[in-house]
Design a protein around this ligand. Structure first.
Ligand code: KIV
Length: 263
């Protein structure tokens, strides 16, 4: 069994080795992942792949706490990150109240919030009050409606400078690491060298300090769409459908259950 990571051991990996993060939303999958990864993210992406909603915006604190508990129960030896849902950290007081709920009602090790310089004061307030924070800059899924879609960031100089400013602000505010999503690889690489905390990429190339993928994407279980940055390690949807079809056929033909499945 791997030794559980802490914010200190995570930070020490910078420049030494690549960090592995994956999402999980329940105990079953969290347990399957725990020995291969450094961190498990209970991402609000669960609102799309598990709750079937069109984006992450309707995710709630109650939902995140429920799923974070399930993940912590399944992967007791993993460093677990709970995503703060849209609208739950618009001001310092709400952010702290909601983050305290996460810490008191689950065994999560930190929370993750989306935003750069504009959210630095929130990160600073949480950290000062004993909450470990993972930042999230670049493409922010919680801004999908206000931005009119999922837009890759860092294509022009203005965006590049803003990203560097965002990364530095989040680091200065006290985040122990950050996720960078949907950013031109060269820019993500430059940002990684501008800060002293680990930068975990998703759709941000190979010049970062680690990678995160949404498990239902990389296992090929989520069929709605597959972003360019996702590598499907198995065609999970086909494997599951095929298995369930065989089961259904065997039930209909009375081939299942057999003697060995019977008391
Ligand atoms: O919600 C999520 O799964 C995330 C990842 C995309 C990083 O925030």
């Amino acid at each position: 069994m791997n030794k559980k990571m802490t914010i200190n051991s995570i930070q020490k990996t910078k420049g030494e080795r690549s960090l592995v993060m994956i999402t999980a939303y329940d105990a079953l999958f969290a347990k399957l992942f725990e020995n291969s990864v450094d961190m498990i993210l209970v991402g609000d992406s669960l609102n799309m792949s598990f709750a079937g909603r069109k984006d992450t915006l309707s995710s709630t604190m109650q939902q995140m706490i429920y799923h974070t508990n399930a993940v912590c129960n399944g992967a007791k030896n993993s460093f677990v990150i709970c995503d703060m849902p849209f609208g739950t950290y618009t001001n310092k007081e709400d952010a702290l109240k909601n983050a305290i709920d996460v810490f008191q009602q689950t065994n999560a090790d930190c929370v993750k919030i989306e935003g750069g310089k504009d959210k630095a004061h929130i990160v600073e307030y949480l950290v000062k009050n004993g909450i470990a924070v993972c930042g999230h800059i670049g493409l922010l899924p919680q801004s999908v409606r206000s931005e009119g879609g999922y837009k890759v960031k860092g294509r022009d100089t203005q965006e590049q400078l803003k990203l560097i400013e965002d990364a530095r602000a989040i680091e200065e505010a006290g985040a122990f690491c950050m996720v960078i999503e949907g950013v031109i690889a060269e820019v993500a690489s430059e940002i990684t060298s501008c800060v002293n905390i680990p930068v975990i990429g998703i759709g941000a190339g190979n010049g970062v300090d680690g990678q995160v993928l949404v498990f239902s994407d990389m296992l090929g279980l989520f069929e709605e769409f597959t972003p360019k940055f996702v590598k499907k390690y198995i065609d999970g949807a086909s494997i599951v459908k095929e298995a369930v079809k065989i089961y259904a056929d065997e039930v209909k033909s009375k081939e299942f259950p057999q003697e060995i499945h019977t008391y």
